[in-house]
Write a protein of this length. Structure first.
Lengths: 111, 112
């Protein structure tokens, strides 16, 4: 049973607009969440994270929002750029060591 | 310098063979992982080692055996390869206590 879910396998967004990637989780014990970006033939790279004691974390064009009551987090990218086209993985930390990933959402930035 | 490096990057082999994938990290991290990305692109944790000690072992067949000679290395040995083992295997490492998980570039295993 998937504990971290990304229900949209793909998303297309116009360049310059906002991209919103969603993630849901089922385990209320998760206390740290991460977003990773992955280009083809490369390993995932870290983007941004958020602790469960916060509801928002911002880093440049990337903002992650956490809604603990809904067990939902989202990644906002604004403005979207062509280089943002990639697969985005949501992940959650269980305990000290176990990082569980969602299935990923492929983001296409359209010219 | 590559932080987490895996070799080989590509591996094509026949069913029934035994193969190994090596991973090394030069970040001084204590914890290393193996993840498998299957055909559906799902990144699934397989093993985790902390300072050469196995701490996570998900439901992985016994044919998969991780080996950590020291905390900078975590190798994955696979016996009697099966078609379903075809996937991209990612090694990763993290500093104990949290932070960023650094991934290797992946090793694409194709079993024929």
């Amino acid at each position: 049973d998937q504990q971290v879910k990304q229900n949209s396998p793909s998303l297309s967004v116009q360049e310059g607009r906002i991209s919103i990637l969603n993630c849901d989780y089922t385990n209320s014990m998760f206390d740290y969440f991460l977003w990773y970006k992955k280009y083809p033939a490369e390993g995932p790279t870290f983007l941004i994270s958020i602790s469960s004691i916060k509801d928002k974390n911002e880093d440049g064009r990337f903002t992650v929002f956490l809604n603990k009551s809904a067990k939902h987090l989202s990644l906002h990218i604004v403005p979207s750029q062509p280089g943002d086209s990639a697969v985005y993985f949501c992940a959650a930390l269980e305990g000290d060591d176990k990082i569980i990933f969602g299935k990923g959402t492929r983001l296409h930035i359209l010219p | 310098d590559t932080a987490v490096s895996q070799t080989p990057k590509y591996l094509v082999t026949q069913m029934g063979n035994d193969k190994s994938i090596k991973c090394e990290q030069n970040l001084g991290h204590d914890t290393m992982y193996w993840y498998k990305q299957d055909s559906k692109k799902f990144l699934k944790i397989m093993f985790s080692y902390n300072n050469k000690e196995l701490i996570i072992n998900e439901t992985v067949p016994n044919r998969f055996s991780p080996k950590s000679p020291d905390k900078a290395h975590l190798n994955l040995h696979i016996n009697s390869l099966e078609l379903g083992d075809s996937a991209v295997y990612f090694c990763a490492s993290i500093r104990r206590g949290g932070g960023e998980l650094f991934f290797g570039e992946g090793s694409r295993l194709t079993v024929l």
